[in-house]
Design a protein around this ligand. Structure first.
Ligand code: PLP
Length: 412
């Protein structure tokens, strides 16, 4: 299914207003006035839907939330201050001491440290697996397993998970599946494939130009009849299901995470994120086409290149079948040593050196000396971080200009 065309229409239509100011309203207020004590009481008990306080929800961010919920066929969404905020919100709303997480795939550095260092300090254990270790995943699931966490594309190892198969395991064993879809909005629709919650760093390709830090979690509806969420594993959801029915995962996340951790977005960032959303399908479509062109050409010219569009990639078949609209803006090259990687990066004229991805500009970064500099050798091997690894995030420039920049830097 090609969503680019459909969402070129939908996103511009849902961001802009049809009357009055076309550009979304920015409601720059941290607090809101209730007028009367009766209305104040009603806002707090949820019977009147008006803003309570911006930590719990802001009208500008609510506009963004409704668009992202629609984009992923969710029942609702919660915008957050960053992508890590969205992952923290989704996870903390489900976890207690003694619980376990199953984390699948090559993981974004921040998510890896969140699971491995931070959550482990609070008695939560994470089991890490490669995308192809499905048999072992089934074996470690037990009554304490609350979350299976997955990235739609391994960043930066470029390995592709079989999301549908993993969702089947999650549904058969009654465990919630969270998919970090930061790299593949519109390309992958995790809820359609059987996931329960989607998280985004909107900082990346959704905003698209390094102007706003942000994140979002999108939640599926709770089924009226049988639903794995109505089990003793998630007994804390019962009261929310009773009161809010289909919507239960949203008040659960607000009351068990957002209210107390405060990873709330600000209206200006939500506004800028919506401006980015308007052009997301257009930018992403061009970027995934350019990624294939650049990958092929650099591979032909002697770069040790990792991208699933290349026929020698172990997940090339999966790329063709399950990622037919591409797998986002990333590819990596391995220069062998840190020295060679730095030499290349110092000669690049077009690429901007940054830890960001999904920007309008092409970005490059040496991984081992930056995002993964705190990681030990074992962790780096698991995450696919070699000494000479450079991650490239392809931008909107002419693909030939990008290719030429890397070729001149290598001295071809
Ligand atoms: C950047 C990123 C995050 C974290 O997002 P922030 O907005 O930087 O907090 C999470 N997951 C993935 C895949 C990312 O690329």
């Amino acid at each position: 299914m090609n969503y680019f065309e459909e969402y070129c229409t939908k996103l511009v239509q849902s961001v802009g207003n049809k009357e009055g100011a076309i550009s979304p309203n920015i409601v720059n207020s941290a607090a809101f006035a209730y007028g009367t004590p009766e209305i104040g009481e009603a806002i707090f008990n949820g019977s009147v839907k008006k803003p309570l306080y911006s930590r719990m929800g802001n009208p500008t961010s609510a506009h963004l939330e409704s668009i992202l919920a629609e984009m992923d066929d969710g029942i609702g969404a919660i915008a957050t201050s960053s992508g890590m905020g969205a992952t923290t919100l989704a996870c903390m709303s489900l976890l207690s001491q003694g619980d376990e997480i199953i984390s699948i795939g090559g993981l974004f550095g921040g998510t890896y440290s969140f699971f491995n260092e931070t959550l482990s300090r609070f008695g939560i254990t994470t089991h890490f697996f490669d995308v192809d270790s499905l048999d072992n995943i089934k074996k470690v699931i037990n009554d304490n397993t609350k979350i299976i966490f997955l990235e739609s594309v391994g960043n930066p190892n470029m390995r592709l998970p079989e999301i549908k198969k993993i969702a089947t395991i999650a549904n058969e064993t009654g465990v919630i599946l969270i998919v970090d879809n930061t790299i593949t909005p519109l390309i992958i629709k995790p809820l359609e494939l059987g996931a329960d919650i989607v998280v985004y760093s909107t900082t990346k390709i959704i905003s698209g130009n390094a102007s706003a830090l942000g994140g979002c979690a999108v939640f599926r509806a709770v089924n009226d009849g049988v639903d794995k969420l109505k089990s003793s594993r998630y007994s804390f959801l019962e009261k929310f299901i009773k009161k809010m029915g289909k919507m239960a995962l949203i008040p659960n996340a607000k009351k068990r995470a957002l209210r107390d951790f405060g990873m709330s977005p600000n209206a200006n960032a939500s506004y800028q994120t919506m401006l980015g959303l308007e052009t997301l399908p257009l930018r992403l479509q061009r970027i995934v086409q350019s990624v294939e062109i650049v990958a092929k050409e650099l591979d032909k010219n002697g770069f040790n290149l990792n991208h699933p569009s290349l026929t020698n990639h172990p997940h090339h078949g999966r790329y063709k079948n399950n990622f037919s609209q591409g797998c986002g803006p990333l590819l990596t090259i391995d220069m062998g040593t840190k020295e060679e990687a730095f030499k290349l990066l110092n000669k690049l004229k077009l690429a901007t050196l940054s830890a960001n991805i999904g920007d309008t500009r092409t970005l490059a970064l040496h991984m081992a000396s930056t995002i993964y500099s705190d990681f030990n050798d074992e962790e780096k091997i698991f995450l696919g971080i070699s000494d000479g690894l450079i991650r490239i995030s392809i931008g909107l420039e002419s693909p030939q200009d990008i290719i030429n920049d890397f070729l001149q830097a290598k001295g071809n």
